[in-house]
Design a binder for this molecule. Structure first.
Ligand code: LIP
Length: 265
C-alpha cells in the first residue's frame, strides 16, 4: 500500500523534530535574532527546520505552493499549498521550555485536508485528516465534554500584546478568567489547539495569529470534535481571532467577545 499524505507529513514532522532537538539540546548552536522588534525573535532552528520541511515537500510535490513563517506567503493561494510553522513557540524554544511544536498543514483549494502538530520535546505527535478523526501518537483523541465555565480549564495567548495591537486579549482575559476554573498560557497556538482536541484544555482562544499558527491545529481540534471559529462566531480565523471548544462551552464563551470590533487583529 502506498504512503498516504498523512504518513508523509508525519515522517517529515518527525525528521524536522530531530533537527529541532539538535538545536534545543545544544548539539547545534542556536543563534537568535530579532525580526520586527526585540520581542519578535527568530532562531537558527526556525530557519533550519523550515528549510528541511520545504525541501522534503519540494522533492515530493514540486508543483505545490508553500506558505511558511520564515519563507513567506508566495504559495499562499496555490491550489495545493503547505502551511508551515517550523517552530511554533519560538519564545519557549529559545528559553529551553519544552512547550513548542512543529506545525505542518496540507491544503487543497484553501481548505486544510491533513495536518500534523508535533511537540518533539514532549513526545506528542497529533495528526488528522479531514473526515478521518484526530490522533495523538496513533490513538484517537476527543475534545472534552465540559460545558460549565466554572469547571473549564482553558488556555490562551498574548501574541497580540507583543505585537502592540490596539485591541488585545488583556481586556477579554480579565473578563473571562474570573468565571473559569483554570487558565493557562503555554506559548504555542498550534499545540494549544491540538491539546484542546485531546481534551487537555476545555477551550482555547487567542487573537492576532497567522494562518501557519493555526492551520494544522484547527483541523486536529475539529476532527477531535471541537468547533473552531473566529471570535465573532464565524469562520474568518485567524484574521478575526480564533476559539476552539465543544459546542456548548463555545456558546458560553463567545458572548464575552460581543464588543470585539471587526478586523481587530
Ligand atoms: C506564537 C504562537 C503563540 C502566540 C505567540 C506566537 P511563533 O507563534 O503560537 O501562541 O501567543 O505570540 O504567535 O511566533 O512562536 O511561531
Amino acid at each position: 500500500m502506498g504512503e498516504s499524505m498523512l504518513d508523509f507529513i508525519k515522517a517529515v514532522a518527525r525528521e524536522a523534530g530531530r533537527t529541532a532537538m539538535q538545536y534545543f539540546d545544544g548539539v547545534r548552536p542556536n543563534d537568535v535574532h530579532a525580526k520586527a522588534s526585540p520581542k519578535d525573535m527568530v532562531s537558527a532552528a526556525d530557519v533550519a527546520v523550515e528549510e528541511l520541511i520545504v525541501s522534503r515537500i519540494r522533492e515530493r510535490f514540486p508543483g505545490h505552493g508553500v506558505f511558511g513563517e520564515e519563507s513567506g506567503r508566495s504559495g499562499m493561494h496555490a491550489e495545493h499549498t503547505w502551511v508551515i510553522d517550523p517552530i511554533d513557540g519560538t519564545q519557549s524554544f529559545i528559553k529551553h521550555h519544552p512547550y513548542f511544536s512543529i506545525s505542518i498543514a496540507y491544503c487543497e483549494g484553501g481548505r486544510t485536508t491533513a495536518g500534523v502538530v508535533y511537540a518533539p520535546a514532549l513526545g506528542l505527535l497529533f495528526a488528522a485528516e479531514r473526515g478521518g478523526g484526530a490522533r495523538l501518537n496513533d490513538e484517537p483523541i476527543h475534545t472534552a465534554r465540559c460545558s460549565a465555565l466554572d469547571e473549564a480549564a482553558c488556555v490562551t495567548g498574548f501574541g497580540c500584546v507583543r505585537l502592540g495591537r490596539r485591541v488585545n486579549n488583556i481586556e477579554y482575559f480579565a473578563r473571562i478568567v474570573p468565571h473559569l476554573r483554570d487558565i493557562k498560557r503555554c506559548g504555542s497556538a498550534a499545540l494549544d489547539l491540538a491539546m484542546t482536541g485531546a481534551g487537555v484544555y476545555d477551550a482555547y482562544w487567542e487573537m492576532a495569529l497567522q494562518p501557519y499558527d493555526v492551520a494544522a491545529g484547527a483541523l486536529i481540534a475539529e476532527e477531535a470534535g471541537a468547533l473552531v471559529r473566529d471570535l465573532h462566531g464565524g469562520f474568518r480565523y485567524p484574521e478575526e481571532g480564533v476559539i476552539a471548544a465543544n459546542p456548548a462551552l463555545l456558546a458560553k464563551l463567545l458572548p464575552f467577545f460581543h464588543d470585539l470590533p471587526e478586523n481587530p487583529c
